[in-house]
Design a protein around this ligand. Structure first.
Ligand code: AMP
Length: 556
């Protein structure tokens, strides 16, 4: 049986390597040496900083506050001191290690932690709910810390926080499993897309090899990675490539995968989180209007007076775990189904789209809350344009053009689905604040707070941008912005407004979070507009207009 110490020491050895090839090879040989299936399962997940696969509803529910509390009790060190240490190192794992090291000099005896024991405690922690559960969690954490050596404390802490800082992501785990048992990475990838659980994939690879992985099938109530779309270059080129296209509206909502069978309905979000409890009326409706045991793919749209409501409303519904009744009235949801992956024990992802659609149409009885998305098959550019304009007029995003002969390829962003939507114009915004990065980026300012202007020249915040920068750009920007720091509190910085960033984004949302009343969805740094002064930055009026234009007719 594997001890947690062996695992922790292995993790520590990985931290010294920077070559991904070498990391992959080391993980492969480590995995190969594990006999026990459950140890293998846990190690694979733990290496990625996961305790459960993403679709599993269980979660530890341990925030930084509980960790402070547990560390304080286990080591007798005050919270303020722990916070100071964290500020210095930027890594609670290292802090825990340091504290436990100091404390351990006094401890004589301790029982060895095994991987299995850690799993048992995690499972117990995640099963706790309701009154007294926080206390019990802290108690279990304290036991864990007391039983750990310094190095174990480092990785336990990081694992609980979901951040191992080993640079081991899904790609490395996939390649390591492939290498460990001499299987192609493509096959391991496919098995993962179907099971969404690298732990399970590793066990099958170890015990049954290539043949076992090939046999893995989609299962009811275990989510499958969703097929994704690429951006269409033009309607013309899409039709040239596919001959005939299946055109559907690109609905402005959020993706749902619905599993119905064995008497229950489970609904997963695009990130494969279980969102069933947020959508009780859809669960009931599926039971009423869908025939057979099936896995369906579609888009859930929040609709009011026949028009889609801004995207954020539906996300709010997903986050909501309580008072669902009230939300039902405020945010009615309609699901548009556009694909089917499985029916009555049979996986049908390899059938061409036109056959899958025929099956889909035959098993769904159209209702107010659930319907099969209309699809028009055409080779006419004008027809696609017409549908595109209808979709925008109805407040949706654009259209999807789909290859009627294509299989459903889980997790694939391929050429068989092409999306066409208006591109939002970039905004030029004033940088008013920022935040220091974490870990390797702790010496860099790695996110920037942005603001627009109002008619009086006041600056109103609209969001933060933390993507779209190269490391070199961040170095440069950090140097550039350092002299503008007005004050800092922890990692948060306030700048004297001076520079303007050009940012791209996907959507403008209404938001109470910022004083502008708006927030940018997925903002992305494009460039520093040194040529623009802050007086030339975009105004709140322009943002309000762009916001409105998202719901009216959007044009290319
Ligand atoms: P994007 O998020 O821009 O990459 O576009 C892909 C997303 O569009 C999918 O994940 C779905 O959530 C959404 N979508 C809306 N309507 C459709 C449709 N008719 N077919 C496929 N995806 C759709």
């Amino acid at each position: 049986m594997l001890t947690f110490k062996e695992f922790a020491e292995f993790c520590s050895s990985l931290e010294k390597i920077s070559s991904t090839l070498e990391i992959t090879a080391k993980i492969a040989s480590f995995l190969r040496k594990i006999d026990d299936d459950s140890d293998l399962y846990n190690v694979v997940l733990f290496l990625m900083g996961k305790v459960y696969p993403s679709w599993d509803e269980r979660e530890l529910g341990i925030g930084i506050g509980l960790l402070y509390e547990a560390l304080k009790i286990a080591t007798g060190v005050e919270k303020s001191k722990i916070e100071n240490l964290l500020r210095e190192t930027g890594d609670l794992g290292i802090v825990a290690e340091t504290l436990i090291r100091k404390k351990k000099q006094l401890t004589l005896f301790q029982e060895e932690l095994t991987i299995r024991k850690v799993r048992e405690i995690f499972d117990e922690i995640s099963s706790l709910t309701g009154e007294g559960s926080q206390k019990r969690k802290v108690k279990l954490l304290v036991d864990l810390y007391i039983a750990s050596t310094p190095i174990e404390a480092r990785y336990l802490t990081r694992l609980i926080l979901g951040e191992m800082r080993l640079g081991v992501g899904e790609g490395i785990i996939r390649d390591a499993i492939a290498k460990a048992w001499g299987i192609s990475s493509e096959l391991v990838e496919r098995a993962y897309m179907i099971t969404n659980d690298f732990g399970r994939v590793a066990i099958v690879a170890k015990n049954e090899g290539r043949k076992g992985l090939e046999k893995l099938k989609i299962q009811l109530h275990i989510p499958v990675k969703m097929m994704l779309a690429q951006v269409a270059e033009s309607i013309d080129s899409a039709i040239r490539e596919m001959k005939k296209v299946g055109v559907e509206w690109k609905f402005d909502g959020t993706r749902v995968q619905i599993h119905w069978g064995n008497g229950k309905v489970t609904i997963y979000s695009r990130r494969l989180e279980n969102v069933t409890s947020a959508l009780p009326e859809i669960v009931d409706e599926v039971k009423k209007v869908v025939k057979g045991e099936v896995i369906l793919d579609g888009e859930a749209v929040a609709i009011k007076d026949g028009r889609p409501m801004p995207f954020q409303h539906i996300l709010r519904r997903f986050r909501r775990k309580h008072e669902i009744g009230k939300m039902l009235e405020k945010i009615p949801i309609k699901v548009y189904l556009f694909d089917i992956l499985y029916i009555n024990g049979e996986e049908i992802i390899d059938k061409p789209l036109k056959e899958r659609r025929a099956i889909l149409e035959s098993i769904v009885e159209k209702s107010e809350k659930i319907t099969v998305a209309d699809q028009v098959v055409t080779d006419s550019v004008e027809k696609v344009e017409e549908i595109y304009n209808q979709a925008l007029d109805a407040g949706h995003e654009g259209v999807m053009m789909k290859n009627l002969n294509s299989p459903y390829i889980p997790g694939k962003r391929g050429k068989n689905w092409l999306k066409l939507k208006p591109v939002m114009e970039n905004l030029d915004l004033v940088v008013v604040g920022g935040e220091w990065g974490e870990g390797k980026r702790s010496h860099l300012i790695s996110s920037f707070e942005l603001a627009c202007r109002d008619e009086y020249g006041r600056l109103l915040r609209v969001g933060k941008v933390a993507t779209g920068f190269t490391d070199d750009e961040l170095e440069e920007l950090t140097e550039l912005f350092k002299p503008l720091i007005e004050y800092q509190e922890g990692k948060v910085i306030k700048f004297r407004p001076y520079y303007v960033f050009e940012v791209a984004y996907q959507e403008i949302q209404k938001s109470p979070k910022y004083e502008s009343g708006f927030a940018l969805r997925f903002p992305r740094f494009i460039r520093l507009r040194e040529d623009k002064s802050i007086e030339e930055a975009d105004t709140i009026e322009r943002i309000a207009k762009l916001y409105e234009s998202q719901f009216k007719s959007k044009r290319l």
